[in-house]
Write a new protein. Structure first.
Length: 459
């Protein structure tokens, strides 16, 4: 008789949990998984995937306009929000089915319900208790909702995917990934959008040239920014419109207020205390480099640990966990030089250090920067500029960071990220022959560094 019901029990069937469960099962381990909502987690159900579909949808607006410069006469286009949402829901349901089938095919037993830890080796799902040698917590996060009068009238990204109609006027609060992405989505689909952010410019933490370009280009597309302010109170009118009063004394009248002011780890009511799992200061599960918690048989991966909150990172953490615990190949996930993209309009993608981070580390840096109008827009007539930038260590010549704002940024930076991860030098980039005509070739044809004095004068 085995000592436990399972070798591994996974709580949460999102990107990290599903990958951990499948890979562990592939080693011959007996694996159970519990999910209280839908299989696929934030990314598949109400994050990356549906968001990207909405980004595609919103881009057609400009594509139709741009077509005229290429000789196309497009009859007046009409957009139907319910069709988009229905098609998106169908695709998400298909993907959820795939996730379930993958788990089933791997021999993972699925328990649909909320799991709570009873002790370090026991979980309870829907009144049924099960034991496991190892437990993996992969419960993800949820949107943070601040405490302002009337905030119950606001929605988060969770609800944005299910609105019954496209709001005519939208306010989006926040200046991070989700806020700029949804501001772009609503704006592209035809809503009047105001973005409210507490700082002076969106995307804090990104390279300053990236932030400046995004700010300028989003404004050109029609997004209005309310900077250096936050929501004070929200009042709903009898006709359903919302009055959003801001702390700077101004007010907005909108049909929808969407909050995107950060996410919090899902750690409440999980029985973590009963299992001896300690939380960090930010309420996330505290883990070591092997994703092990303060309880030796309990591990945690993904957003619940609040390290780098991205799906591919959760998956990579889960793979390292399986190698370490089930394959006897201990290894830590490498969180350095993780590339990421913001699917704003225009999109942003980045890998490695920003200029500010490199300088703050005391590094002597050379900056290469290019700002240009993409070939497509010479005929479309669209006034949109792209920006690319390399941050180079002046001594070792290594490319420390690559940043882009412009069409296909995410597709381009993914390849550049391999070079940066490998430690490529600026000379390696220079020795690479470009593909012409592309925007990507700028990354291998930037010859002259930005002159330091000019840079300083510009600051
Ligand atoms: P972010 O942490 O990216 O941004 C939160 C934003 O809200 C920041 O602008 C922050 O301001 C602001 N903020 C925080 N607290 C308050 C407050 N109390 N009042 C007003 N404003 C506040 O969170 P998101 O919710 O946008 O996204 C969560 C995470 O999900 C991201 O960090 C990312 O890891 C992941 N994600 C990734 C995507 C991708 O890969 N494309 C897409 C979407 C999400 P400040 O900057 O001043 O702190």
């Amino acid at each position: 008789m085995a000592k436990y019901d399972y070798d591994l029990f996974v709580i949460g069937a999102g990107s990290g949990g599903v990958r951990g469960a499948r890979m562990a099962a592939a080693t011959g381990a007996r694996v159970g998984i519990a999910e209280e909502f839908r299989y696929g987690g934030t990314c598949v159900i109400r994050g990356c995937v549906p968001k990207k579909l909405l980004v595609y949808a919103s881009h057609f607006h400009e594509d139709f306009e741009d077509a005229a410069g290429f000789g196309w006469q497009v009859p007046e286009a009409r957009f139907d929000w319910p069709s988009l949402i229905a098609n998106k829901d169908q695709e998400i349901a298909r993907l959820e089915g795939i996730y379930r089938r993958l788990l089933d095919g791997a021999g993972v037993e699925m328990h649909d319900g909320r799991a709570v830890l009873v002790d370090p080796h026991t979980v309870e799902v829907g009144g049924r208790r099960m034991t496991a040698g190892i437990i993996l917590i992969a419960t993800g996060g949820h949107p943070f909702i601040p405490d302002h009068p009337g905030i119950e009238h606001a929605i988060t990204s969770n609800e944005a995917f299910h609105l019954s109609e496209l709001p005519r006027r939208v306010a989006v609060a926040g200046g991070g990934y989700i806020a700029v992405e949804f501001a772009g989505i609503f704006n592209g689909l035809g809503s009047e959008v105001t973005q409210i952010y507490r700082g002076p410019r969106v995307l804090r933490g990104f390279d300053e040239d990236v932030r400046a370009t995004v700010d300028t280009e989003m404004a050109k597309k029609g997004v209005a920014f309310k900077y250096n302010t936050i929501i004070d109170r929200v009042t709903k009118r009898p006709d359903g419109a919302l009055d959003v009063a801001l702390t700077d004394g101004s007010a907005l009248e909108v049909d929808c207020l969407m909050l995107a002011i950060g996410r919090r780890p899902n750690t409440k009511g999980l029985g973590l205390e009963d299992a001896g799992v300690a939380l960090g200061e930010n309420g996330a599960v505290a883990v070591d480099v092997h994703s092990r918690t303060s309880q030796e048989n309990i591990y945690a991966v993904g957003d619940v640990t609040d390290r780098i909150n991205l799906t591919p990172v959760a998956i990579a953490e889960a793979m390292a966990f399986v190698d370490t615990v089930f394959k006897g190949l201990p290894r830590a996930m490498d969180h350095r030089n993780v590339a990421s993209a913001v699917f704003s309009q225009p999109p942003v993608a980045t890998v490695g250090l920003t200029e500010e981070e490199a300088r703050a580390q005391g590094q002597r840096v050379e900056i290469y920067r290019s700002s240009f109008r993409a070939l497509r827009h010479t005929l479309s007539g669209r006034d949109e500029r792209s920006m690319m930038k390399l941050v180079v260590d002046a001594d070792s010549r290594k490319v420390l960071g690559a940043h882009m704002v412009g069409g296909d940024a995410a597709e381009i930076i993914q390849g550049v990220a391999i070079a940066v991860k490998m430690g490529a030098t600026k000379e390696d980039f220079d020795a690479t022959v470009g593909i012409h005509p592309t925007a990507a070739e700028e990354f291998v044809t930037m010859r002259e560094p930005v002159a330091e004095p000019e840079k300083q004068a510009a600051e």
